[in-house]
Design a protein around this ligand. Structure first.
Ligand SMILES: Nc1nc2c(ncn2[C@@H]2O[C@H](COP(=O)(O)OP(=O)(O)OP(=O)(O)O)[C@@H](O)[C@H]2O)c(=O)[nH]1
Ligand SMILES: [Mg+2]
Length: 253
């Protein structure tokens, strides 16, 4: 899908439009930036990472509210269904030398594992699946979202992208599995989630914690994948070295 098409899906006002334009600009450079940019800034070296994160789950579970709380420290009771996809950017000063930009893709619940999700999921390195603790039907759909995710996007080494399950609206009366956390622990393990959090976008509970946990997993994967690349390039250099030697040998014969 072209950027123009995504844009045509978003006609809700200038604020959204600006958000989109920021996201589009970032997306242009996504390949180079996800890998890791090392910038020499004076004497200190600053590392910048750009990570694409998906937020998916059933209608009205609180995906947009989660993002708004995390990025803008804002919550509204008003429900306005997301159409297609929305974007938000969160910048983290992770440590002295590392800046992390999270590009959050807020995917409408009404997309429901349609054809568009394949396009939206492309090159994501982490995900949240959100369900509503007051409506157990939204938990029943979690597995469908997880399967949809795993079948349509993988890390460069073929492994599933880390995904955290969010049991949102924890400020409300709970029903279903979330009333027995041990069961949810088991569920999460069995279905390959990187963890789960009870969250409340309304009361600002566990929002930062959940995000931090996902970023930690993403950073770990990034390190592993980059280490793999270093090893590969070292191996290549060694093989290259050997070839040189063998060529010399064969020359000297
Ligand atoms: N009490 C409570 N209400 C919440 C919470 N999070 C979201 N809501 C409410 O739930 C409704 C739906 O929230 P949204 O964030 O728009 O849900 P969504 O998942 O983005 O929905 P779609 O865009 O349709 O997929 C809104 O009325 C929110 O105010 C929460 O943590 N607690
Ligand atoms: Mg929404």
């Amino acid at each position: 899908m072209t950027e123009k098409r995504i844009y045509s899906m978003k006609r809700r006002g200038n604020e959204d439009r600006e958000c989109y334009l920021v996201a589009a600009r970032i997306r242009t450079n996504f390949h180079s930036l996800t890998r890791q940019a090392t910038m020499a800034t004076g004497q200190a070296e600053k590392r910048e990472h750009l990570y694409k994160i998906l937020v998916i789950g059933e209608l009205g579970t609180g995906k947009t509210s989660f993002i708004k709380r995390y990025v803008h420290q804002f919550f509204s009771q008003n429900y306005r269904a997301t159409i297609g996809v929305d974007f938000a950017l969160k910048v983290l000063n992770w440590d002295h030398n590392t800046i992390i930009r999270l590009q959050l893709w807020d995917i409408a619940g009404q997309e429901r594992f349609g054809n568009m999700t394949r396009v939206y999921y492309k090159e994501a390195v982490g995900a949240f699946i959100v369900f509503d603790v007051t409506r157990s039907a939204t938990f029943d759909a979690v597995i469908k979202w997880k399967n949809d995710l795993d079948s349509k996007v993988q890390l460069p080494d073929g492994k599933p992208i880390p995904c955290i399950l969010l049991a949102n609206k924890s400020d409300q009366q709970k029903q279903g599995i979330v009333t027995t956390p041990a069961k949810l622990d088991e569920y999460v393990k069995e279905h390959g989630f990187a963890g789960w959090f009870e969250t409340s976008a309304k009361e600002n509970v566990n929002i930062e914690e959940a995000a931090k946990s996902l970023v930690n997993k993403i950073l770990m994967n990034d390190k592993l994948l980059n280490a793999g690349e270093v090893i590969d390039s070292e191996r290549f250099a060694l093989v290259g070295g050997k070839t040189d030697t063998s060529q010399k040998k064969s020359c000297s014969c």
